[in-house]
Design a protein around this ligand. Structure first.
Ligand SMILES: [Zn+2]
Length: 162
């Protein structure tokens, strides 16, 4: 790989370590010509097969832009979206797959989005799972209530105390 400072065509690896999650390797490199030091990160390639059949590299930015629409008007920051996109990528990489359908990314988004913001989750799920009636929303909301009724009660109590 070319030196980013002087474009010299070679570099020497001076340190190499695996990330804590074991999903990437960081290499510290030094240019033998200008002495400049830089870091490269090596990960397994991860590709997405779009509905059209086109294959493109997985992009956290695309996950963020898809979720951002569902989060309009909600108390969700860009930082929250970045963390969510990272969570989605890590959960996909943990499965050991190198290629997946765009559809499966939608599926991987649902759980972390639900933990982030339930309204955004319902909006996203309604598009992704093609809700076409009020009953679909009612069923999804009933499921949310069923999964953590206690947390909801505690939150209500906390807002009364504020
Ligand atoms: Zn250089």
């Amino acid at each position: 790989m070319h030196c980013p400072f002087c474009r010299h065509s070679d570099s020497r690896v001076i340190d190499s370590r695996t990330s804590d999650d074991g999903l990437s390797i960081r290499r510290r490199r030094q240019c033998p010509q200008c002495g400049g030091r830089f870091t490269t990160v090596e990960t397994a390639s991860l590709n997405v097969i779009k509905r059209s059949g086109v294959i493109e590299p997985f992009s956290r930015e695309k996950v963020m832009s898809g979720v951002r629409k569902a989060c309009q008007g909600r108390p969700v920051t860009e930082g929250d979206l970045a963390v969510l996109a990272q969570t989605v990528e890590e959960s996909i990489r943990q499965t050991g797959t190198s290629q997946l359908d765009a559809n499966e990314i939608g599926l991987a988004i649902l759980q972390p989005l639900r933990e982030l913001d339930e309204v955004a989750y319902l909006r996203f799920a309604s598009v992704y799972q093609a809700f076409d009636s009020l009953e679909d929303f009612e069923a999804a909301i009933a499921q949310l209530r069923l999964d953590h009724p206690r947390a909801r009660g505690e939150r209500a109590a906390a807002s009364i105390l504020e």
